[in-house]
Each structure stands twice: as structure tokens, then as C-alpha cells.
Design a protein around this ligand. Structure first.
Ligand SMILES: [Zn+2]
Length: 211
């Protein structure tokens, strides 16, 4: 069941690993089938390059029962499910511990949109309150931020990015990481002087030229 989605999960997890976003098997990826209410998600702590489709867990989005998969779902599956329940318009979620964006999450600081690439993830990032890994508090922490943004900085943990195509969502996550990294270079080069964010009106005007 859901073979194509399982293959896409594996491919994306391997791509993210190669990009350096999921060191030591961290980070997880899911897709939600809205017709059947099934969530397909990466398993817990397994080398991404050894995964086979039959390993990939499928969770019933209503009963939360694990329906398939030779391996256990990531312990962070409740965050993913909460994201799908909060945002009915999304079908793909990427969670990583990519370093620069996670540094912002640790500080509880939104990533200022200092370059136009921020448009690729909707410009905004929102910080979620701290929750212990695997806890209900952590899953619930993403509800309010997700109502305002596709990118959530999970306090002292990592980032959650949502959308509708797993590959695109990974790309969004990579733009988040790029902007966070460029910001940190600006702080170093500018001797700690805060780089100037691009105003929302400028993003709106630029978006209008792309239509
Ligand atoms: Zn995590």
C-alpha cells in the first residue's frame, strides 16, 4: 500500500542526509494521504541509505494505529500528525535539525528575511514553545505557529516545514537553512551588527512582478 509515497519518503530522506540536514539519522519526513487519512513517515533511527519500502511505517491519521512497516515510526510522528490536523491544506512535512536554523530555534528568534530567497518559504518563520522530544507538549507547540507560517522554529530542537510536495518542502527547508547561514555570516562580517531585513511591502512588490 502507498508504494510510491514510501519510495518518495526514502528518496527525500536520502537527499536530505546528503545535504547534511539529517546528521546521525536525525530528522524525519512524512506525506499525508488526504483521501484515506494515512500518514507515511520515516522510521526511527535507521540509516537512510539502508531503507526499503517495506520498512516504512504507515499510520492511520484518525486512530493513530500503525498499519504497516517493519520498523517503528519516528518518535517524532505526533508532531507530523498535529501539523496535518492543524493545516488541512498540506500533505507533506519535513523536520530537520539543520544547524544554522536550529541555532535560531535555540535562541527563540525568528529568521529575518534578509535576502529575496526567503520568498521560497513564504518569508515568515515562527517560533514554537519548548516541548520535550516525543511529548504531547512538543506536538501541540506547533499548532499556533503553523496557523501563521509554513516554517516553525522549534525551541531548543530544530525546524518543521510544511507544504504539498515533499521535494518542494525539502527545498523550502534548504532555503530556510541558507538564509539562517547568510545571517550568521552578516553578523560575523558586520561585527555583530544586525543585518537589515527586507520589508514585506518589497516582497509583495517583487512577487507581483513574477505573476
Ligand atoms: Zn527532532
Amino acid at each position: 500500500m502507498l508504494e510510491e509515497l514510501k519510495k518518495l519518503i526514502i528518496e527525500t530522506a536520502q537527499k536530505a542526509d546528503t545535504m547534511g540536514y539529517c546528521k546521525k539519522n536525525s530528522g524525519n519526513f512524512s506525506i499525508y494521504d488526504r483521501e484515506r487519512d494515512f500518514m507515511v513517515i520515516t522510521p526511527s533511527g535507521k540509516n537512510r541509505f539502508e531503507l526499503k519500502p517495506e520498512d516504512i511505517p504507515v499510520i492511520d491519521g484518525i486512530s493513530e494505529k500503525v498499519l504497516e512497516g517493519t520498523l517503528k515510526p519516528s518518535t517524532e510522528w505526533p508532531i507530523h500528525l498535529q501539523a496535518y490536523r492543524t493545516r488541512k491544506d498540506i500533505t507533506a512535512v519535513v523536520h530537520t535539525h539543520s544547524h544554522y536554523a536550529t541555532a535560531f530555534a535555540i535562541l527563540g528568534k525568528e529568521i529575518p528575511p534578509i535576502v529575496f530567497e526567503a520568498l521560497n518559504y513564504g518569508v515568515k518563520t515562527k517560533v514554537a514553545a519548548y516541548g520535550m522530544p516525543g511529548s504531547k507538549a512538543l506536538a501541540d507547540s506547533v499548532i499556533e505557529p503553523l496557523k501563521e507560517a509554513d516554517v516553525v522554529l522549534m525551541k531548543s530542537h530544530g525546524i518543521l516545514v510544511v507544504g504539498n510536495n515533499l521535494n518542494h518542502v525539502l527545498l523550502k527547508a534548504s532555503y530556510v537553512e541558507d538564509v539562517a547561514e547568510i545571517y550568521s555570516y552578516c553578523m560575523t562580517i558586520g561585527n555583530g551588527q544586525e543585518p537589515q531585513a527586507i520589508p514585506q511591502s518589497e516582497f509583495d512588490a517583487f512577487s507581483a512582478t513574477l505573476k
